[in-house]
Ligand binder design. Structure first.
Ligand code: SAM
Ligand code: FES
Length: 345
């Protein structure tokens, strides 16, 4: 096992059967070895700095029906909301005061936010906060739409590919969505010049070690600046309500692998990790992650952006989360920095 981890550290890649072997056979000793190399790697590029991104969940309306997602359009129990432009701007204002220099606008695919509306919001944030990065995470759009947002001032885009296996993709999504289009969107975003983030859920229903090896191969080929992974967590009002949650240990092991594959990537330690394990986000950092994405959404809507059951940090003010996270990061010997935290070439 150790020789495969050494090979990954030296060459930044493995063959599919080698990844599958690692994922099926890793144990605590292999994990500890991987994480120590992953920490070395992240510290070479980013020292012990952890970047924070202020997440603004601005709409939970969605025209899609992904089987795993709590805000899917068929969930009649979801209480829907949209933030107004002023509400979004006031999230940015309080976030800036708390030290955030990246705002992530995330939402379902909500047709009410037309291109004009998105462009207007992005332009206003760009003018008000010229020193901040603006990240969009609003799903699949055409090349021209992505270009408009970029020209308005957006710099980064998060779009997880979810799974790189065709058959697995069709088990997670209805026929209206395709892996081919998802990949095309990611390639277009890169072409335009966005810093691009992709990723997947760990332990989603029907996922096999082979699917994960395909995810890793796709990520290597795309070579994104950011990779977000987190455990799948069931939501009670979805078709996947009775599936088990993904494994925290496997998620951490994959974070370690990703750090060795893409040594200078921006890797978040996700809220889903913190939801399954009270120390999940700290463990993510110790496995090679270097980004946290706390919530800046108004407290009144937090619970409504419920992608999965028992999501944490829905009852705390942004200021409380900010202090809590800084303490958590410090407890493992790292520190939060107030920078844009761009990808380092
Ligand atoms: N609509 C945008 C998109 O499709 O990229 C952004 C919002 S979408 C809800 C953000 C991410 O949440 C998805 O990429 C998915 O990986 C994750 N997610 C959704 N349901 C989840 C669940 N039940 N457990 C863990 N993560 C989930
Ligand atoms: Fe929100 Fe800890 S990060 S309460």
């Amino acid at each position: 096992m150790k020789h495969l981890i050494d090979k990954l550290y030296e060459t930044h890649n493995l063959e599919e059967d080698e990844f599958i072997y690692l994922l099926e056979n890793y144990d605590k000793e292999a994990g500890d070895y991987l994480y120590s190399l992953a920490r070395t790697c992240s510290q070479v590029h980013y020292e012990k700095e952890v970047y924070i991104r202020g997440l603004i969940e601005f709409t939970n309306y969605c025209k899609n029906d992904c089987y795993y997602c709590g805000i899917r359009k068929s969930n009649k129990n979801a209480s829907r909301y949209r933030l107004s432009k002023d509400e979004i701007l006031s999230c940015c204002e309080s976030g800036y005061e708390l030290g955030f220099r990246t705002f992530v606008l995330q939402g379902g695919e909500d047709p009410a936010f037309t291109d004009e509306a998105v462009v207007d919001i992005v332009k206003t944030i760009r003018e008000g906060y010229p020193d901040c990065a603006i990240t969009l995470s609003i799903g699949e759009k055409t090349y021209d739409q992505y270009l408009k947002y970029y020209e308005a001032g957006a710099n980064r885009y998060l779009l997880r590919h979810e799974t790189a296996d065709e058959e697995h993709y069709s088990l997670l999504h209805p026929g209206s969505l395709s892996l081919e289009n998802r990949k095309e969107c990611l390639r277009n975003l890169k072409k335009i010049g966005y810093q691009v983030g992709t990723g997947f859920m760990v332990g989603s229903p029907y996922q096999t070690p082979k699917c994960l090896a395909e995810d890793l191969a796709f990520i290597k080929e795309l070579s994104p600046q950011m990779v977000g992974i987190g455990p799948f967590i069931p939501h009670k009002d979805t078709p996947f309500a009775s599936f088990p949650a993904g494994s925290v240990d496997l998620t951490l092991f994959l974070i370690g692998i990703l750090r060795l594959m893409l040594p200078n990537a921006l890797l978040p330690s996700t809220t889903a990790l913190g939801t399954l394990d009270p120390k999940g986000r700290e463990k993510g950092i110790l496995s090679g992650a270097n980004v946290l994405m706390p919530n800046l959404s108004p407290i009144g809507v937090r619970k409504k952006y419920e992608l999965y059951d028992n999501k944490i940090c829905t009852g705390e003010e942004a200021a409380e989360c900010n202090v809590c996270l800084r303490n958590r990061v410090a407890s493992v010997g790292y520190h939060v920095v107030e920078k844009r935290g761009d990808f380092k070439e």
